[in-house]
Design a protein around this ligand. Structure first.
Ligand code: 5RP
Length: 262
């Protein structure tokens, strides 16, 4: 791996081999998502505990000061919305030149395997990888399911992750699922887990993050279950403990409860 690519990967994946990416990119298709209406207010208290931010250029410029030194993963796909015909109909929205100008550590885009736009999104990934490799910028592929959340099973996600890795993604973001080792086992590049819509209890989040890490994920790219929580700082610190300090779900819950009551 060339120096620039290796350096950027090292910014993202910490010395213990793990990572906590904080996605705040949801507005690119969801608009002012709950608790992300004013991105700066959501981001600022959480930033010290994140290893990187996953964000669009618009929110980066408007809501993160340029003296920020946290690595940035720039969301570079879009073009569809919650109210449009098909969430899978995404294209590339941001050039590699812009990514370089913004001094990002990686770029990320969604792929939509099994949809009408499968081919287009996979070719977008391949094109982005070609450009990223030219400039030493890693690509994170996001295995998106659109509104079809029930698709999140091991067989489907393993297929998506493997395809993303085959096309050259340096990191793959997918959903946690039962038998998650089937997903990580078939994917020759690091896998991080998204959370999806907010679940009922904190403990459920701690349990799936812990399980995914035991089964080969290197960390998370987890948004709503952090910043839609009533105590987002307690939540990110508890998840951080699982990822970087090998805390159990019970220990994470205890940490969450103690920070929440501070
Ligand atoms: C949105 C994304 C998000 O970055 C990803 O889904 C992670 O966020 P969450 O944990 O809220 O699902 O790709 O398109």
């Amino acid at each position: 791996m060339e120096w620039g690519m290796a350096n950027r990967m090292a910014q993202l994946i910490q010395r213990d081999g793990r990572c906590l990416f904080l996605p705040v990119d949801h507005g690119y298709f969801q608009g002012p998502t709950r608790k992300l209406e004013e991105p700066r207010k959501t981001i600022e208290p959480l930033l010290p505990y994140a290893d990187a931010l996953f964000i669009t250029r618009g929110v980066l410029r408007s809501s993160v000061d340029p003296d920020n030194t946290k690595p940035i993963i720039l969301r570079v796909s879009g073009g569809a919305s919650m109210v449009g015909k098909d969430l899978a109909n995404e294209g590339l929205t941001t050039s590699m030149e812009e990514a370089i100008r913004l001094n990002v550590s990686a770029v990320g885009l969604s792929i939509f395997v099994g949809t009408d736009y499968e081919r287009e999104s996979l070719l977008n990934l391949a094109k982005l990888v070609d450009e990223g490799e030219r400039y030493g910028i890693p690509v994170m592929a996001v295995t998106a399911v659109g509104k079809e959340l029930e698709k999140r099973g091991a067989r489907y996600l393993a297929l998506c992750c493997r395809i993303a890795a085959e096309l050259g993604a340096r990191v793959v973001k997918t959903y946690w699922c039962e038998d998650f080792d089937r997903v990580t086992g078939g994917c020759p590049v690091p896998v991080v887990m998204a959370g999806g819509p907010q679940v009922d209890t904190e403990l459920e989040v701690f349990e799936f993050v812990y399980d995914g890490i035991q089964k080969g994920a290197i960390g998370v790219n987890l948004g709503r279950n952090i910043w839609q929580n009533d105590f987002p700082v307690a939540m990110i610190r508890a998840i951080r403990a699982i990822i970087h300090e090998n805390a159990s779900p019970k220990e994470a819950q205890e940490l969450y409860d103690s920070i929440k009551n501070e």
